[in-house]
Design a binder for this molecule. Structure first.
Ligand SMILES: *[C@@H]1O[C@H](CO)[C@@H](O)[C@H](O)[C@H]1NC(C)=O
Ligand SMILES: *[C@@H]1O[C@H](CO)[C@@H](O)[C@H](O)[C@H]1NC(C)=O
Ligand SMILES: *[C@@H]1O[C@H](CO)[C@@H](O)[C@H](O)[C@H]1NC(C)=O
Length: 360
């Protein structure tokens, strides 16, 4: 039942979100495309409609068919018109870009369509690279489609991309992946070390390293110190002055934090109201808790009530003792167990209270 309701809600949500999407929503959400990307969108759409019309589904017994007898349907004007009618309409994203470029490029597209041997020239190459000059061939960049830097036959050594690759933009520098640097991304970046095949990150304790692990550091990061060749976490909390009064210190790997004591404490060694070390005026320290007069009388009343209950129970055991010794032992055992469990439930047991009363 729950599941059905959940599903219904989910469906409603979907419908709702569709309905409330403003027109032009896609346009707002997507970034501007580069000219080359727009051209790719257009040629992809063109190829989509080329495929859609490949079976000549519009062929058939009208006057247009007669005309297309002269040329085969595959490169007929009528097929081109059909492609152009569909062009961009199937797109869910970037449709506006597609339509505007399709308009601008209409005559170039027609030129390509009526080439002598159009199949031999890929539309993308013809339109985007050669005619509109928005794009460059693979692994080329910039105004004049210069070659991108190669190393070991791979673009930027296989560890980066070339700025502007495939477009008429960019300056062709290698933009290296994380961990790599150099003109051809052939070096390891700082705080990375070289294995045979790759650059790996140094251990988190290192600032620079020659290999894996915290014993291969050349330098330690702040918060760590070199102890017999290993970068070891510094426990900043050992210095009592590291945090302010009213705060306690928490050590972490390579770091530490100062946190506020519980409101009831003046100073403390940890979180919560039972970790106080000194108290504010008008309260006293009882087993790590700072308690005021009202709390103190509450605790005393509560303790007294429990003491009376335990005494009563022990009195019963005493009477049972006169009747049967073994039954009395069992009774005492049960009472002891009850006392133990009951005292555990209070954060200040009778013994604690006696101890604190003795101290104060
Ligand atoms: C996106 O295109 C619009 C219109 O062509 C232009 O005004 C705007 O500056 C472009 N934004 C970016 C981030 O390129
Ligand atoms: C090339 O372009 C990149 C990113 O666009 C830039 O960071 C870098 O400084 C440029 N390099 C040169 C030599 O202009
Ligand atoms: C006292 O502080 C320590 C360390 O922060 C914490 O682990 C412990 O739970 C605290 N004790 C109580 C009773 O809150």
């Amino acid at each position: 039942m729950k599941l059905i309701v959940f599903c219904l809600l989910f469906i409603c949500d979907l419908i709702n979100s569709k309905r409330t999407s403003p027109p032009g929503y896609n346009k707002l959400k997507t970034k501007n495309l580069s000219e080359c990307q727009r051209c790719k969108v257009l040629t992809d759409s063109f190829n989509y409609w080329l495929d859609k019309t490949s079976r000549g589904k519009y062929e058939g017994g009208d006057a247009a068919w007669e005309e297309s007898k002269l040329k085969s349907y595959s490169r007929s004007e009528i097929r081109l018109v059909e492609i152009q009618e569909g062009l961009c309409s199937e797109l869910k994203k970037h449709q506006d870009y597609c339509y505007s470029l399709a308009e601008d490029a209409e005559s170039v597209l027609e030129k390509w369509w009526f080439l002598d041997n159009p199949q031999s020239v890929d539309l993308y190459t013809w339109l985007c690279i050669e005619n509109l000059q928005y794009c460059c061939p693979k692994n080329h960049y910039g105004d004049s489609c210069s070659p991108c830097p190669l190393s070991n036959n791979q673009l930027c050594g296989g560890h980066g991309r070339c700025d502007g690759e495939g477009t008429r933009k960019g300056n062709g520098t290698c933009l290296c992946q994380k961990g790599y640097t150099g003109k051809l991304c052939e070096l390891c970046d700082s705080n990375f070390y070289n294995t045979k095949s790759a650059c790996e990150p140094c251990h988190k304790a290192c600032d620079e390293c020659s290999g894996e692990g915290d014993n291969a550091c050349k330098k330690c990061k702040t918060g760590w110190e070199m102890i017999s060749g290993v970068c070891t976490d510094i426990n900043e909390c050992l210095d009592p002055s590291v945090c302010q009064i009213g705060q306690y210190c928490v050590n972490g790997e390579g770091t530490f934090a100062c946190r506020m004591c519980d409101m009831s404490c003046k100073t403390c060694i940890g979180e919560g109201q039972s970790n106080c070390t000194t108290c504010k005026p008008n309260s006293v320290l009882w087993s790590g808790n700072c308690i005021d007069d009202k709390q103190k009388s509450d605790i005393l009343r509560n303790t007294l009530r429990r003491a009376a209950l335990y005494s009563g129970l022990l009195l019963i055991a005493f009477f049972v003792f006169g009747y049967s010794k073994s039954l009395a032992s069992l009774t005492i055992l049960i009472i002891a167990l009850y006392m133990y469990i009951s005292e555990k439930a209070y954060n200040m047991s009778i013994l604690d209270v006696l101890f604190n009363l003795y101290l104060s």
